[in-house]
Design a protein around this ligand. Structure first.
Ligand code: GAF
Length: 395
């Protein structure tokens, strides 16, 4: 975590909050965005994922209020307007970014928690619409703030489940639990291995520096056209396939060849193959990264081909990549990445690339050149630093 950025972002937010609400905030809370190291579109199939939290985070400066009203301002999300809502407006389907805030209040109250009003000032360094989980960061930051303000006792895993309830039932996005679990449960220098069926989880050491590596996050800046419809379509297809195969979820397919033979639709076959093989790759990556008999460099040498195979599977079988994303991955590899893949829901957004320490900028420059040659807009990039999950910041 870059303490300098943390402090600076926090001080600015405190100042803005004091200016708008006329008093010092009671505290500041943070929740990170994430990249997913491996395990894409497996979460809603009861499968396995392995994300890690980024240093890019959403901060909330908050104070309790005596009335049951929530007043929210964000300098970085939306149009910079101040929005306010009361209990009668906590109705699923609310439009705009404030739904992620109202939905958290709604989810807490639906679960029987006594949460009162609040003034909330928000700022975020998580890029929006880049597949880095900016919505989960917003949900989890607001949730953590309200839990502390009202002295609620809610375990970390239950927090993630509450935040997903906001996303699924209030905002209306049919996502799995990965993003909220990452934003809540991750710890610095580790990835989170998470079983999306029984919610068992463990911290997997990454030790990128000891391996002589860094993780480049490159944002293709491709707008997520049709992402909502395509995501829901992938989910439907997986659920239909599980129904035909007579299993509760695709996680339960243990003989892939036999399953593929039972399916007549070629597209559905490929969707199933992605999910089943992706789950296998996550399990392998977890075994390799937890193997104390190998050096960090040896562990990542074994993980890199899994990243490559994951990308090929998303491109050819699950069909969730786009030309900019594929070009970024191919170019990163040609420019020296050990392994690279798209990360997140797909149809644009970011790629991650495991690169030798000190080379992220040159690999990103190679991708920028390839983009310019292909007539694509300029990408953006930064280093993915495995960081802590949601927490209260020290003043
Ligand atoms: C999005 C969703 F929110 C996650 O639940 C997950 O399905 C991911 O896409 C794909 O792995 O981030």
């Amino acid at each position: 975590m870059d303490q300098h950025v943390d402090q600076h972002q926090q001080q600015l937010l405190r100042d803005r909050s004091t200016q708008l609400f006329g008093r010092l905030p009671a505290g500041v809370w943070a929740a990170p965005g994430r990249v997913n190291l491996i395990g894409e579109h497996t979460d809603y199939n009861d499968g396995f994922v392995m994300p890690f939290a980024l240093a890019e985070q959403t901060l909330v400066a908050a104070s309790p209020t005596a009335d049951e009203h929530w007043t929210v301002h964000s300098s970085t999300i939306g149009d910079g307007e101040t929005v306010s809502f009361g209990p009668d407006e906590l109705v699923p389907g609310m439009a705009g970014w404030q739904a992620y805030v109202a939905g958290i209040v709604w989810a807490l109250r639906e679960a029987g928690h006594a949460v009162g009003g609040a003034e909330l000032m928000i700022s975020s360094t998580v890029p929006v619409g880049a597949g880095l989980s900016s919505s989960a960061a917003l949900e989890c930051a607001v949730l953590t703030a309200l839990i502390d303000l009202y002295g609620l006792e809610i375990e970390p895993l239950d927090r993630a489940i509450l935040a997903r309830r906001c996303e699924n039932e209030f905002v209306g996005a049919p996502t799995g639990l990965m993003d909220q679990a990452a934003s809540t449960l991750c710890t610095g220098d580790h990835a989170l291995f998470f079983d999306c069926r029984d919610y068992a989880h463990e911290q997997v050491p990454l030790e990128l520096a000891a391996a002589g590596l860094e993780l480049l996050v490159l944002d293709t800046r491709t707008p997520h056209a049709h992402v909502d419809g395509e995501y829901a379509a992938r989910r439907r297809s997986c659920e239909e396939a599980a129904g035909i195969l007579g299993v509760p979820a695709l996680r339960d397919v243990d003989d892939l060849d036999a399953a593929l033979q039972k399916l007549t639709d070629d597209t559905m076959r490929r969707r199933v193959r992605h999910v089943v093989t992706e789950n296998e790759r996550v399990l392998l990556a977890r075994t390799v990264l937890s193997d104390g008999s190998r050096t960090p460099a040896e562990r990542f040498a074994a993980v890199a081909p899994l990243l490559d195979a994951s990308h090929a599977s998303m491109r050819d079988d699950f069909e969730i990549t786009v030309p900019t994303v594929d070009l970024a991955v191919e170019t990163a590899r040609r420019a020296g990445a050990l392994g690279a893949r798209m990360t997140g829901g797909g149809f644009g957004g970011c790629i991650i690339a495991l690169v030798p320490a000190g080379t992220a900028d040159s690999v990103a420059a190679a991708v920028a050149t390839a983009f310019a040659d292909a007539g694509f807009g300029a990408p953006a990039h930064f280093l993915g630093v495995p960081s802590d999950g949601a927490r209260r910041l020290a003043a």
